[in-house]
Structures are given as C-alpha cells and as structure tokens.
Design a protein around this ligand. Structure first.
Ligand SMILES: NC(=O)c1ccc[n+]([C@@H]2O[C@H](COP(=O)([O-])OP(=O)(O)OC[C@H]3O[C@@H](n4cnc5c(N)ncnc54)[C@H](OP(=O)(O)O)[C@@H]3O)[C@@H](O)[C@H]2O)c1
Length: 310
C-alpha cells in the first residue's frame, strides 16, 4: 500500500501530506469513500467541515474502515455562524465523527456571520447580501480556539482562507498560540507563492484545497499539466498532487470514486524544470481563483482577490 510523507506542525505533531477532501461528497457515497480511502487506499488524513453537512457519514466511514483512531489525522472547521460558540460546534462535530478529539481544528473563513439570522449557515439580509458581523473581532474566535486546544479537545489549531494581512492585523498580535496551519485555495492557477513563502517563514503549514481545480477538476485538462503527465507516464492528477507535495505543502484532493481515490494517493516526483514550469503558469496568464464566495465588503486581503462591492 502506498504511503505519503508527513510535515511537522509547530507543536511537533505530524500531518500526512495527502488528505481526502469531503466537500460535496454526498450522503450515501461519502461513507464508502472514506472507508475505502482508509482501509484500501492507505489514506491516514481526512479533511472535514461542519458546513459540509456530512460529518455523520464521514464518521460512519471512519468506523467502518476499522483503522484505529490514533492512526488517522482528522480535521474539521468552525463555520461563520458559530464564531461565538466554537466549543459548542466542536462538540457536535466530535459526536458526528464518533471521536473525542480532532487532530486539527480550523477557522473555516475569517468571517463571522449572524448566528441568529434567517439561515443557520448562510443568513441573508433583506438587501440580498450575506448577514455578516462586521464588528466581530477575529481575536475573540481565536481565543476560543486556544481554549479548546488547551482543554485537549483538539491536537492542533489553525485557520483557513486567511491572507497575510488578516493574520498580521487580526490574529498574530493577540495570539497566545499561533495558528499552526492555513488551508488555502492552492493549485497552479492560484499558487499564492508570496503567501506560501511567508507562511513557511512563520512556521505555519500550508494546506492546498481544490488542488485539482474543484468541481469536475478542470486543471486536469491543462495543456502543460497533461504534457508533463504524458512525458512521465502518469495521470494529470498525479502531476498536480506531486506539484503540491514537491512544494512542501499538504494537498487535499476530494473524490468519491474508488479508482480516483487510489490514484490521487499517488503523486509524481517532478524535477526542478517541471516544477518551475508549473510554478510559472499563473504568472504566464492563467491566474484564476475558483472558490470565490460572495463575502460582500469583507476585506480579505489576498493579492489576487480584490473585493469590490460598493
Ligand atoms: N477551507 C475551505 O474553504 C475549503 C474550500 C474548498 C475545499 N476545501 C477542502 O478541499 C477539498 C478538495 O477541494 P475540492 O473538493 O474543492 O476540489 P478538488 O479536490 O480539486 O476536485 C474535486 C473534483 O475533482 C473530481 N476528481 C477527483 N479526483 C479526480 C481524478 N483523479 N480524475 C478526475 N476527476 C477527479 C471529483 O469528482 P469525484 O468525486 O467524482 O471523483 C470532484 O468533482 C474539499 O473536498 C474540502 O475538503 C476546503
């Protein structure tokens, strides 16, 4: 069975460099996918989120796999309508996943939404904009993350979708415990080289979500990626995942298809010329962010994402 390298978090814990994504994995298919990934393909890392609405089935898949809990790295995330109730949401997640601790808990987006709005996940204002709590200070969310870490409910804490600006202005100056991970949209069309370099200098491990380009994996059809795949006799997915692993980040491909789950656990070892070619694709004109929720006026601070919504 294949195995993947690990990276070390700032607190010394190891994180496997390939993890199974579970966003848009439907009830009825995700249980089998998770069980297959763990038992048959060799995965030891599952990326979950409360907001994906499938954590109960993911938990069933973990149980069904028979793989001991302590061998699996499980991540979940706190959704925007729960920034004022981190431990409460975490406890629901733990129950659904059938475990008494997480290996990593992330702030899903650095944006708090009205917990008493007109929808539990996506509350909207009468204007049609999302019901965002602009006055909420992220440090208050982070303090609760530090508390659940200190209680031992989670073995590591981190953020997701956080720019350097967000971290420098709203978390790092107040943190007793620094975020250990930042999970970001990273693939060759949105490589975020500057942010990745800075995060590494801060000892914050980078995780790549949507590594294949998200729904229907559009990057698998990129001409440079397919050319390298053909040259090496591997699949385009192996090239994309190999690019992430080679750049020293964690990669989180999602699939519910057994063959693709297995092949996504393999990765091409790319030489420096192929790495450079892929590293340069965005700058050569292919820059494109694929996951871009309508966060309205929130200042996210990404250099490739200019939030305009007057
Ligand atoms: N923190 C965040 O805000 C955030 C945002 C987005 C995603 N994520 C995490 O990152 C994970 C991955 O991102 P993602 O789900 O957006 O996209 P992704 O992993 O880049 O791509 C998933 C898509 O590619 C297909 N696919 C997977 N492997 C394939 C292969 N070898 N050949 C052909 N098609 C393939 C999947 O379909 P099949 O299932 O049918 O194979 C699915 O349509 C998520 O599941 C989630 O855990 C986090």
């Amino acid at each position: 069975m294949a195995s993947v390298p690990t990276l070390k978090l700032a607190n010394g814990k190891e994180i496997p460099q390939i993890g199974l994504g579970t966003w848009q994995s439907q009830p009825g298919e995700v249980e089998k996918a998770v069980s297959y990934a763990l038992k048959d393909a060799g995965y030891r890392h599952i990326d979950c989120a409360f907001a994906y609405g499938n954590e109960k089935e993911v938990g069933d898949g973990i149980k069904q796999s028979g793989v001991p809990r302590e061998e699996i790295f499980i991540t979940s995330k706190i959704w925007g309508t729960w920034h004022n109730r981190v431990e409460e949401q975490l406890k629901i997640t733990l129950e659904r996943l059938g475990t008494d601790y997480l290996d990593l808990l992330l702030v899903h987006w650095p944006i708090a939404m009205n917990p008493e709005g007109n929808h539990p996940f996506f509350p909207m204002l009468p204007t049609g904009k999302r019901d965002i709590l602009y006055d909420w200070e992220l440090r208050k969310t982070w303090e609760q993350f530090e508390a659940v870490y200190e209680k031992g409910l989670v073995k590591a804490i981190g953020v997701s979708n956080c720019s350097q600006l967000k971290l420098e202005e709203e978390i790092l100056p107040f943190a007793k415990i620094k975020p250990m991970v930042n999970q970001l949209e990273i693939h060759p069309y949105n490589p975020q080289h500057n942010l990745v370099k800075w995060l590494k200098s801060q000892d914050i491990v980078v995780e790549a979500f949507s590594p294949l380009g998200s729904t229907d994996a559009p990057l698998l059809k990129d001409d440079v990626i397919t050319e390298i795949a053909n040259k090496l006799g591997v699949s385009p997915a192996e090239v994309l995942i190999g690019w992430g692993v080679g750049n020293g980040i964690v990669v989180l491909p999602k699939s519910v298809n057994p063959d693709r789950i297995s092949s996504n656990f393999r990765f091409a070892k790319l030489d420096s010329s192929d790495m450079e070619k892929i590293n340069g694709l965005a700058a050569a004109g292919k820059q494109k962010r694929l996951i871009k929720p309508p966060w309205s006026m929130v200042k996210l601070g990404f250099e490739d994402w200019f939030q305009v919504d007057p």
